[in-house]
Design a protein around this ligand. Structure first.
Ligand code: UTP
Length: 287
């Protein structure tokens, strides 16, 4: 294979989560639960399922609950043990010393800037980026589907999803080339195009597999849409030099950065659960 295997994943969790205020005033958006697991735990489990061995969190002020969540909770575990129960939430990958790293994004200057903050830990290897607020429900998981594609075509991959015309201004949008099953060649990328100017309806969703060269591009990246350093703009500059594909996810995405999407995700997961599904279904029918 001409490209190195994927072992590292970056989780940018430095955003302010303003759309979820006041819930996110003192608590990270990524700790909002879908039923009984925080969003970030689903993203971490998806990465581990895809074979990721090193997890890099790009955090900011007020995000320490994430570090605590992925650590041993001695008192809690001892108490649960004494009660004959277990607190079995951490995968062995997370417990291996040195496999989790935290780097601080001092100012939330945009997703591109957050990814660039991880450059020394990423080094000269390809890496995945997972945005926990894009909650991906499917089997196999979204990143695993993308790794299967990566093992065939290498280069850079982004998760792609069709969105309605009136939504394109909210997303990074792909100029599509040849299509082959779930794979679409990416010929161009534009972040949040003005209404009526989008090159297609194919949007970029919060899962990426990137080659390390993107870090050098981000180094000199100017601010883009919204006055933020945009990952989309840096990726657009890689297209001429390296293979670039979109992967359509076989599954459902819930935009959990948005209040309605977050409620939808909770209902979908709750209805699928053996323990609470029937009660939730009855409740919804009554409502
Ligand atoms: P969003 O665009 O959803 O921004 O970021 P946000 O700040 O989290 O939320 P709102 O829009 O104010 O409600 C997409 C992803 O990029 C991360 C966020 O944590 C989220 O996972 N991000 C964004 C950073 O890590 N740093 C940034 O500077 C910006």
């Amino acid at each position: 294979m001409p490209f190195k295997p994927l072992r590292k994943a970056v989780f940018p969790v430095g955003g302010l989560g303003t759309r979820f205020l006041p819930a996110t005033k003192a608590m990270p958006k990524e700790m909002l639960p879908i039923v009984d697991r925080p969003l970030i735990q689903y993203a971490v489990e998806e990465a581990i399922e895809a074979g990721i061995e090193q997890l890099i969190f790009v955090t900011g002020r007020g995000k320490s609950a994430i570090e605590d969540h992925f650590d041993i909770a001695f008192e809690l575990e001892t108490t649960m043990h004494e009660r004959g129960k277990s607190l079995d939430i951490l995968d062995a990958t997370l417990l291996k010393p040195g496999s989790v790293a935290y780097v601080r994004q001092q100012e939330p200057m945009g997703l591109g800037h957050a990814v660039w903050c991880a450059r020394h830990i990423v080094g000269d290897e390809p890496f995945a980026v997972l945005l926990a607020d894009d909650f991906m429900l499917g089997k196999p998981g979204c990143l695993k589907q993308m790794v299967e594609a990566y093992n065939k075509v290498g280069g850079n991959l982004i998760c792609a999803e069709e969105v309605p015309d009136d939504q394109t201004h909210r997303y990074g949008i792909i100029t599509p080339g040849a299509r082959d099953g779930a794979l679409t060649e990416v010929k161009g990328l534009v972040e949040k195009p003005a209404a009526g100017t989008a090159p297609s309806n194919l949007s970029v969703i919060g899962r990426y597999i990137l080659q390390p060269e993107v870090m050098k591009v981000l180094e000199g990246q100017e601010k883009g849409a919204g006055g933020e350093i945009q990952l989309t703009d840096a990726m657009a500059r890689m297209i001429a030099d390296q293979p670039f594909h979109g992967v359509t996810f076989a599954g459902t995405r819930y935009d959990c950065g948005d209040k309605a999407g977050f409620i939808e995700a909770n209902i979908a997961v709750a209805l699928g659960r053996d323990d609470i599904g029937p009660a939730v279904r009855d409740f919804i029918a009554k409502l």
